[in-house]
Design a protein around this ligand. Sequence first.
Ligand SMILES: *[C@@H]1O[C@H](CO)[C@@H](O)[C@H](O)[C@H]1NC(C)=O
Ligand SMILES: *[C@@H]1O[C@H](CO)[C@@H](O)[C@H](O)[C@H]1NC(C)=O
Ligand SMILES: *[C@@H]1O[C@H](CO)[C@@H](O)[C@H](O)[C@H]1NC(C)=O
Ligand SMILES: *[C@@H]1O[C@H](CO)[C@@H](O)[C@H](O)[C@H]1NC(C)=O
Ligand SMILES: *[C@@H]1O[C@H](CO)[C@@H](O)[C@H](O)[C@H]1NC(C)=O
Ligand SMILES: *[C@@H]1O[C@H](CO)[C@@H](O)[C@H](O)[C@H]1NC(C)=O
Ligand SMILES: *[C@@H]1O[C@H](CO)[C@@H](O)[C@H](O)[C@H]1NC(C)=O
Length: 673
Amino acid sequence: MAKSLLFFCALGLASAKSKPHILFLLADDLGWANIGYHRTGAQTEDEKQGALEVQTPVIDQLVAEGVALDRHYAYRICGPARSALLSGRQAPHVLVKNVAVTAQNRADPVSGYAGIPRNMTGMGVKVKEGGYRTHYTGKWDAGMATPEHTPFGRGFETSFLYFQHANDYWNKKTGIQATGEITPCLNAFHDLMIENATYRGPYKGADLTDACKHSYEPTPSCYEEKMFEDHSLEIIKNHNASDVEHPLFLFHAFHLLHTPLQVPRYYYDQIEKDVISKGGKSFDSENRRLLMAMTKYMDDTIGNLTKALKAKGMWDNTLVVFTTDNGGPIYVPGSANNYPLRGGKYSDFDGGVRTATFISGGYVPAERRGKVHEGIVSVSDWYTIFSELAGVDPTDTQAEKANVWLKEKGLSQLAPVDGKKGQLEAIFSGSPGPRATEPLFLSGNALLDFPYKLVTGKQVYMVHTGPVFPNCSTISSVKAGKGPDFIDFAVLEKKIDLGDSHYWRGDCGEGCLFNVQEDPSESIDLSKKPEHADRLQKMIATLAEYNKTLFLPERGETHIQACYSAMLNGHGTFGPFVSIEGYYSDQPRMFEDLSSHEKLQMAIMGAVSLGPVKKVIQEVAPKIILKQLEKKGDVCCTEESCKIVEEVLGELDDLELVRNISQLARPQASVYV
Ligand SMILES: *[C@@H]1O[C@H](CO)[C@@H](O)[C@H](O)[C@H]1NC(C)=O
Ligand SMILES: *[C@@H]1O[C@H](CO)[C@@H](O)[C@H](O)[C@H]1NC(C)=O
Ligand SMILES: *[C@@H]1O[C@H](CO)[C@@H](O)[C@H](O)[C@H]1NC(C)=O
Ligand SMILES: *[C@@H]1O[C@H](CO)[C@@H](O)[C@H](O)[C@H]1NC(C)=O
Ligand SMILES: *[C@@H]1O[C@H](CO)[C@@H](O)[C@H](O)[C@H]1NC(C)=O
Ligand SMILES: *[C@@H]1O[C@H](CO)[C@@H](O)[C@H](O)[C@H]1NC(C)=O
Ligand SMILES: *[C@@H]1O[C@H](CO)[C@@H](O)[C@H](O)[C@H]1NC(C)=O
């Protein structure tokens, strides 16, 4: 407490102010150009059209009353960025690639799973220690294997969440359209859970079906974002605002705008009408229209959440943080746009890692409202910022303790917290802040030494998108086999690579060098310029040095036990599968309790987990699936306005397809169904 008072006094803020409520809004896959306040100053017709399509009035108003953090850097993909955010480590120090939530390496009980290593301390633990009431809503994607990996284990008193990169917005299952792969659990399960003091297990409400999918209501009750919004509104409503010792910490992690591109029809219709009524043209890409409708939906939700805080009289003492895990995915079907930045999700160019971020709310000092903060902020800093606001020490002593044991066993040790102290102070005072003087380790392939940035090696989506993207030319490029296609498609954890042209992949070799201040779109590679030769070599050497600290423990692959656990312990829903004694509130099911459909699913899962069968499926399935995926690409609609096409892939997670694919492997397997 004394420490936090000292901090506030140092800030020159009203020291009488109590700890602020914190509303953390995390968008998923939001593109730099897919938000209104990045679309101001449109000059050309195309830029004007692009600006009209992005309808985010609530966000734009919050930015006008808050501070835009113009140099906020995260990581090129979601799982690592989220793990960084929630653990206070830069992604290279906590997780560098997406790992299946069902993975396990039994030789490393600390880090041998997806997400944040089991024995690191999570953000929720820290703020709770400082008196906050902590709640989590939405996408997690920071690990699931043990109860310690879940939001509950990371210090959130209550949570309503899904664990994977995505589920279906309507039925909350993990079909191929949602996950972009055929998983060893055969895309069979739901992914939606509740955790609190009295119940931990699958969500059991009525809205676990896609019954409302065709509804014309603006916010039908089974749309996942509606469920998340309702949940967060309940939390705000039930918060005891007069208990100043226990302010609210609400982490609302949208599924929006991640694929699958699904939105209530009302919004899909409305966005077209809005654009036309404002003098714009019809959407020519169905996916772009879907994404813009989803963006509007997110904006409306934020409006409702902030309204609820105002209604409770909490707003004047609330700090709102808005950010996204990574930049927009510019492949089909991701369909985001990072104009004028280069690249997108999966690449180290700014389109992938420089993330739209701002703070707002009554807690922002009046003299800073409407300003832009230029200092570098890392996604890993929020952990420390909130620890400071809560008046607790951000040091992770639990990780330090685990390191003693890890060292003894010769396993990868856990990094200390990277988040910088004094960031909020810098943001509030308009000074460059603690990252002005040292390079930022963006990934094993990129380093920011502002204003210079080094990007090395092969990079996907190494392009500039225009102001109106994706468009009909993008769609014909995909149809002609020239990309941009999704890079992470996998069958039973084996990635498919169709070749460079499909992913707009280029090569920076030893290093491309940019001045991102003068050249924010990273168009001018300075690496061959003699006057930058020394800088280039120095930055390569620094990256090599930082590379020695890359955290690369063996995470393992899906253990079939994780699938069986979802079937039995989770009653058909994903959840922890290791050390779960006392975790699930309900009794597990027995094999006899399963329907015949589920028994068959379980048998096929077992069969495809066997080496030879798996291999055959990995070989034959892509050909079948990629053909089907092509059918559900994007639609160019120049003549007539876009209609939502039937979701060809809607049934792909169904047993039938898996059975078909398994048939192909039959000669290889002796155990078969
Ligand atoms: C915990 O979740 C269950 C299921 O949603 C709910 O019935 C119960 O009220 C919740 N309890 C608390 C303390 O939030
Ligand atoms: C709310 O907090 C205040 C202050 O701590 C306390 O006096 C009051 O009993 C609390 N109300 C409820 C409903 O718990
Ligand atoms: C926002 O609040 C309004 C008014 O209560 C409600 O009708 C709507 O469903 C809510 N959600 C969204 C996304 O608009
Ligand atoms: C890691 O955390 C688990 C669960 O709290 C604990 O049982 C185990 O002893 C810890 N391991 C180390 C090495 O600290
Ligand atoms: C349309 O997309 C292509 C890439 O597919 C891009 O080069 C072009 O700039 C886009 N057009 C506009 C107007 O943004
Ligand atoms: C750093 O490590 C990455 C990932 O292992 C590698 O691709 C890259 O070449 C390394 N860079 C340097 C400068 O050593
Ligand atoms: C499975 O195979 C049958 C027979 O070849 C075919 O009619 C059916 O369409 C296939 N189903 C899927 C989902 O591919």
